[in-house]
Design a protein around this ligand. Structure first.
Ligand SMILES: [Zn+2]
Length: 67
């Protein structure tokens, strides 16, 4: 883990564990790179970052959902 001790908001490296919610700030809005086909999202990269605080994290996908 890595924390930014700058004057702004601290970021927390959360990569490796798929999550629905940023552990640093609680936001569930992520910045991702998505692939579009026929006007719909066909897929997305799991390498993401929190849209609120910029913490790097791993985006969730359905196969990560526990039964
Ligand atoms: Zn965050």
């Amino acid at each position: 883990m890595q924390r930014d001790h700058g004057a702004g908001t601290a970021t927390l490296d959360q990569r490796g564990l798929p999550t629905n919610e940023c552990l640093a700030c609680g936001s569930n809005v992520f910045t991702i790179r998505a692939v579009f086909e026929d006007y719909e999202i066909a897929g997305y990269y799991l390498d993401a970052e929190c849209a609120e605080c910029g913490s790097p994290l791993t985006a969730p996908c359905p196969v990560d959902r526990p039964d």
